[in-house]
Write a protein that binds this ligand. Sequence first.
Ligand code: ZN
Ligand code: ZN
Length: 268
Amino acid sequence: MPLPDYHIHTARCGHATGSMKEYVEHALARGLKEIGFADHIPMYWLDENRRDPELAMPDAELPRYVEEVEKLRSSYRGINIRLGIEADYIPGCEEQLQRIIQRYPFDYVLGSIHYVNGWGFDNPAYIHRYKETDLDQLYRDYFLLLQQAAQSRLFDIMAHPDLVKKFGFRPRGDLRRLYLETAKAVARAGVCLEVNTAGLRTPAGEIYPAPDFLHICKKFAVPVTTGSDAHKPDQVGFGFDRATEMLTGAGYDKVTHIKARQTTQIFF
Ligand SMILES: [Zn+2]
Ligand SMILES: [Zn+2]
């Protein structure tokens, strides 16, 4: 079975292009058998007037997004189309998020850390802040949040698990201890980790997670799955040959498939 692509965005988020149909067509052309849309959830932790329409869809679009995925699902036969959502983990706002998730029949929820202490560290608009940032502290804060998110039980899959490396700013210290603690926390929480190829398109130039991190995850039997983080139709399935290589290198021969929040391990 080809790797699934569970991380596909739509133009609704304000920074992706193409129609949803085009994303499906590209998946078919690449020979994928299972995909899932996982667009950015409305910025539920902010007042409506403080939300950025170029980061996530507005509240009113969420039911339309769900409808459109369901419609596509019934019009395509040769491919499974899942309904996912990418949701930011914001400590203290767990109940708000839970309320939104319960309202829709999501197949899965991707959990993401895009903010550390209110700073959108992966947003190029705020890249200047790296200059005044203690990178060792940033990485510690990031991985702690990721562990907390995994343990919140809100999510099925932890997305791009070392996104903090996106712009290539690396800490001086060794990351193995943080990887180890995080792998243990994720294993204990029983959630899955995403092997996300978008890192190949960034200055980091490397899949999320780093190979060392993935090796440690395998030791703790952390289940994994795959996503391209496509923001353009031709990015569906992007870099999946590299993902296969990396998974195999770490000792994985199965990935998680998910439907109605129930997981199965399938050989790739
Ligand atoms: Zn995005
Ligand atoms: Zn993300």
